[in-house]
Design a protein around this ligand. Structure first.
Ligand SMILES: [Zn+2]
Length: 199
């Protein structure tokens, strides 16, 4: 039996992260039966987004201009570079309004299970930036997971091999704000102890 447009729609949805074939079919069915009118709007929105959103050729951020507004801003401190895994992490840091430097998005973290190797990350762009820009400090803002920390070690080695004058720091691991000691996992308590500070 030849595939219908519905089958193609389900197939496309099922390729999205977090959606399996069952939920893909449920969404497609919902759209056709309850939200038929909005399907054309959605198609147009998808087209506009694809046409207008750009990945910054310098840092990997998402914006309507290339280079992005952060890279183009004269107010940002271009000597401080924060390395993050994904664009979502960049947005999370921007929400805090506490960082004035610039960014570099790796596009993921190294992972044996997911088959992510150094070649899959934006590391050659990073090396180029280290050559071309006057970066004095690098902040590794990677997740406190095994993959995140493996990536942090790898990137640290990569930077120090040729630029050992650059200061590298990573985000502190420890107690979350509002966290109660009794409810924290052992790993968090251990690292919080190790990273204790004089008061
Ligand atoms: Zn940028």
């Amino acid at each position: 039996m030849s595939k219908t447009p519905f089958d193609h729609l389900v197939k496309q949805f099922s390729l999205l992260p977090g959606l399996g074939p069952r939920s893909a079919k449920r969404i497609a069915l919902h759209m056709l039966t309850k939200g038929r009118g909005s399907m054309i709007d959605l198609a147009q929105t998808l087209r506009n987004t694809a046409d207008q959103m750009k990945i910054c050729s310098k840092c990997g951020n998402l914006d309507m201009i290339d280079v992005c507004a952060i890279c183009a801003s004269p107010k940002r401190d271009t000597k401080t570079l924060c390395i993050i895994a994904n664009i979502g992490d960049l947005w999370a840091i921007e929400r805090t309004h506490s960082y004035q430097g610039v960014y570099h998005v790796l596009g993921g973290v190294l992972s044996v299970i997911d088959g992510v190797t150094p070649d899959n990350l934006n590391l050659s762009d990073l090396e180029m930036r280290l050559e071309d820009e006057e970066i004095e400090e690098i902040i590794l803002a990677l997740s406190a997971t095994v993959d995140g920390q493996t990536t942090a070690h790898y990137v640290t080695d990569l930077i120090h091999r040729r630029h050992n004058q650059i200061n590298i720091s990573r985000l502190a691991h420890g107690m979350p704000v509002g966290g109660e000691l009794d409810y924290l996992d052992d790993g968090t308590i251990m690292t919080a102890f190790k990273s204790r500070r004089a008061i």
